[in-house]
Design a protein around this ligand. Sequence first.
Ligand code: PRT
Ligand code: ZN
Length: 288
Amino acid sequence: MKPNGALRIAIQKSGRLSEGSLGLLRQMGLQFESYQDRLFAQCRNMPLDLLFLRDDDIPEYVQDSVADLGIVGSNVLDECGMDVERLLPLDFGFCSLSIAVPEQEPYKSVKDLDGKRIATSYPETLKRFLKVKEVSAEIVLLKGCVEIAPALQVADAICDLVATGSTLRTNRLNVIETVSKCQAILIGKKKTTENKKSLIEKLLLRARGVQEARKYKYIMFNAPSKALEPIKKLIPGCKSPTVLSLAEPGFIAIHSMVLEESFWEVVEKIRECGGTDILVSPVEKFIR
Ligand code: PRT
Ligand code: ZN
């Protein structure tokens, strides 16, 4: 593949981060085709090429300037020790790297694992964690199926990624310690040209815009004019809510952004203040 001067972003070809990565890039307004068996795609509306790779290879490709940007799990990044810039946590691919033990075992914390064996695919991250906790345990390196190590008596405990927790439950394992909270992260190479830097800034602004939008709902409703003051306290909006007068005297329409996490509590209080006809819509982009 010849370099064409375009910025290159590496994303996971097929796996847990693929859908989130593609979805984010599309919401950032990038137009491209992606097919399962392709390793490369050109953006139609921006000088940007996409590389589809195995997640473990992405940090090295970015460090070695094969790609300018990459999307990878923070767990992979912590483990590989590559020298890259962490540009933006992306709010998807959430999981935690956790230490778990068989249900019937008496271990309550990592301290109880002194002198024991812990199976993991994350030896470097675990080594650092054990050092901080002053625990001396043998690390058993496994590339996959870490969860069956205790049943096979290959290890006394495991250190693996947990998302829903169902793998642990199936294998009758309990978490006793969280080593790190992980999510997808946008990384970039340490040094880049001025041209590429300004394009990266543009992409970061878009990515933040998409992320911010996901946190909010846009809400519109009617209320008696006298309820404006208490309602303003409930929904401060960006600066303050938009207030429009209705044809019927004594009534107003209010528009505002509401945080998704407190949305239902706010709606209940708006109703208590006399708010009615509440319309809610998703926010597609939100640029501060
Ligand atoms: O082929 P390639 O090397 O690219 O993919 P991969 O198989 O190495 O990675 P993949 O697709 O499994 O994971 C990619 C990234 O997704 C990881 O590096 C994490 O950042 C993130 N992620 C989020 C997870 C999970 N959740 C997750 N649950 N990665 C792996 N798991 C595994 C975990 O190892 C365990 O086996 O899922 C199992 C536990 O899941 P629950 O839901 O049963 O708890
Ligand atoms: Zn991998």
